[in-house]
Design a protein around this ligand. Structure first.
Ligand SMILES: [Zn+2]
Length: 610
């Protein structure tokens, strides 16, 4: 009996140590900033080993009957632990491929290649475990160790972090050519032409129509993965996630390891480590951005305003104002509802709460009356959701912008972001287009069929309400980060038939493109946009303000839509190596873990993280 227990524990430890090797290699390849080799990497490996040991023990217990069955059929020659370890390594090889594909814009290209090499090494290790012929030739288990050792050494060849050598600033003295132009960037999450065009044709989006009529339009290529923090950071910096440092919603901190993982290996069950208290996730905030955003570059010298953009918390000390993305959510937690770092200048948070006290935000009943039809079946959770996760925060943001436009002079650069259309698309698209989803309850369509259309119309009203406070000379840059489409393939079948049609049924995993509309002084009406990308917005906004594109931008200036005079302004001007030396200091955050928990809860409620 004791011998069996000891053997069982030894096997679990062996599996833990073995599987921790590829997991560590993958973690290091995904995080070029993590020191390796070193004490931190060793502690991380031991934590992974402990986790996989426990996982292996659990799995072995659950699958014990199956193991016994295999043993009975296979006699002594091939013992099951070897087969199961080989299968686990095969699975790990697949996880490597998934991580390389999923993170193809968050990891610098040589890193992706190395992860694929890692997949091959996992495969080799699995095969040497699995194939008796190979094993006999190599003298039992000797050969399996070779790919594992190579895998451990692989992260030594990681590419350097991009941009780290180029943090020099060559243009700290303000815009090179100051044309006095004003730029208003409007970010709408998840808007797509596929939804917008039919509504434009029916005359239901008059404000967007006016903008398109006097300017130009195009699609905006997005990045994979289509996760909001990194996309909106790319939009503001003109850089790929590997360059601006925002690569996910969360960072992972481990006890005894001084360096966090910013990109966490997926599909290896490592997320479960948090349940065992072997690590802790916390939300990433703007202080972790390693590239200058357009508000950093312009906000040193020109007056700028930013409202509700991702990664603005804690507020950057811009020359002007910044209302961070935490205001709509975490800010409400406190009593009084303002806290450290929520706005710049800090007193603005107090003003906002006074505005809200005077003009309370709409309640749940107003949301119901506005977006739902009478009759049909109801899903109470969805009805509440649209109020407190979409309508209320969007309304709050719009009111803040309108107030600021009424009470303050229009800054040279103003940027605002609305999120509501994204969750509305995720949850309500199936009722708008039931024919594209199949198996949608018709009584739900009766009640929710027009929600998506109504939310687009509501968003158009918000756009109109802020644009009517701005003159037509101001350049408007309206963008979305990606479109939305029904779940496909297995995921859709699983959702529709096994889960009985749960709440979230549409997504943007396959990166449908977003939209872009430009209009105002300096924009050629009717110009054709060719292959514009979210990376091009930052460089174009800066160019319109008189800043030449930095050499380290991954995006380009959308010259094809600019008046020749604007292009000429910057032609012949020396381009700076980088603007990253211009990152403005941030206010101190609240430092209250409850704030982080609240923001994380908000991201979970939106369905953005699990
Ligand atoms: Zn989304």
């Amino acid at each position: 009996m004791t011998r069996t227990v000891v053997r069982f524990c030894a096997r679990c430890c062996g599996a833990g140590l073995t599987l921790a090797v590829p997991a560590l290699a993958l973690a290091l390849l995904l995080n070029p900033g993590f020191p390796h080799p070193g004490r931190h990497a060793l502690v991380l490996w031991l934590l992974f080993a402990l986790f996989y040991t426990l996982l292996w023990a659990l799995a072995s217990t659950i699958f014990l009957p199956l193991g016994l069955l295999i043993r009975r059929h296979r006699e002594k020659a091939d013992h099951p632990p070897r087969v199961s370890l080989a299968l686990a390594l095969l699975y790990t090889a697949g996880a490597f491929v998934f991580n390389a594909v999923h993170n193809r814009t968050t990891v610098a290209p040589p890193g992706t290649l190395l992860i694929m090499v890692g997949a091959v090494l996992c495969l080799l290790a699995a095969l040497t475990h699995l194939l008796p012929a190979v094993r006999q030739k190599a003298g039992k288990r000797g050969l399996a160790v070779v790919p594992l050792v190579l895998l451990l050494l692989l992260p030594l060849f990681r590419p350097a972090l991009p941009g780290s050598a180029a943090a020099v600033n060559a243009a700290g003295a303000g815009p090179v050519v100051d044309s006095g132009r004003k730029v208003f960037v409007i970010g709408i999450d998840s808007a797509s032409w596929a939804e917008v065009d039919p509504l434009l044709e029916r005359g239901l989006l008059p404000n967007l129509q006016r903008l398109v009529d006097r300017g130009c339009r195009g699609t905006l290529e997005t990045l994979v993965p289509t996760e909001s923090p990194l996309l909106w950071a790319s939009m503001a910096t003109g850089k790929l996630p590997a360059g601006h440092g925002i690569r996910f919603f969360l960072r992972a901190d481990f006890p005894g390891v001084g360096v966090p993982l910013y990109l966490f290996p997926q599909k290896l069950f490592l997320g479960r480590m948090e349940m065992l208290k072997l690590m802790r996730f916390s939300t990433i905030d703007g202080s972790e951005m390693t590239a200058a955003a357009f508000w950093d570059v312009a906000g040193r010298h020109l007056p700028v305003g930013v409202v509700n953009w991702w990664q603005t918390y804690p507020a950057a000390r811009v020359n002007g104002y910044m209302v961070t993305d935490h205001v709509s959510f975490v800010g409400l937690r406190h009593d009084p509802p303002w806290g450290s770092g929520l706005t710049h200048p800090p007193g603005l948070a107090r003003r906002i709460s006074e505005w809200e006290a005077r003009e309370p935000l709409p309640g749940a009943e107003e949301a119901r009356a506005r977006f739902f039809d009478h009759g049909g079946a109801r899903i109470e959770e969805l009805e509440e959701y649209i109020h407190w996760r979409c309508f209320e925060p969007d309304e709050k943001t719009a009111r803040i912008v309108r107030r600021l436009l009424d009470e303050e002079p229009l800054p040279r650069l103003l940027a605002v972001y609305w999120n509501g259309l994204d969750p509305v698309g995720h949850f309500f698209m199936r009722f708008a287009h039931p024919e594209r989803f199949g198996a949608v309850d018709s009584s739900l369509v009766t009640r929710y069929g027009l929600v998506l259309e109504r939310y687009y119309r509501y968003t158009d009203e918000l756009i109109g309400s802020v644009l009517q406070r701005v003159d037509e000379q101001t350049v408007v840059v309206l963008v979305s980060d990606h479109g939305m489409e029904p779940y496909r393939g297995v995921k859709r079948l699983y959702n529709t038939y096994l889960m009985g049609g749960p709440l979230m049924t549409a997504a943007h995993r396959d990166a449908p493109p977003g939209i872009v509309v430009l209009a105002g002084a300096g924009i050629r009406p009717g110009a054709r946009l060719e292959r514009a990308s979210v990376l091009d917005i930052g460089p174009t906004v800066l160019a319109l303000l008189g800043y030449p594109p930095a050499l380290d931008f991954d995006g380009r200036v959308l010259e094809e839509v600019l008046e020749p005079a604007v292009v000429r302004e910057l032609a012949g001007v020396a381009r700076p190596a980088s603007y990253d030396g211009l990152i403005l200091p941030r206010s101190a955050g609240s430092g209250d873990p409850a704030d982080d928990d609240a923001f994380r809860q908000h991201l979970e409620d939106l369905g953005y993280i699990e």
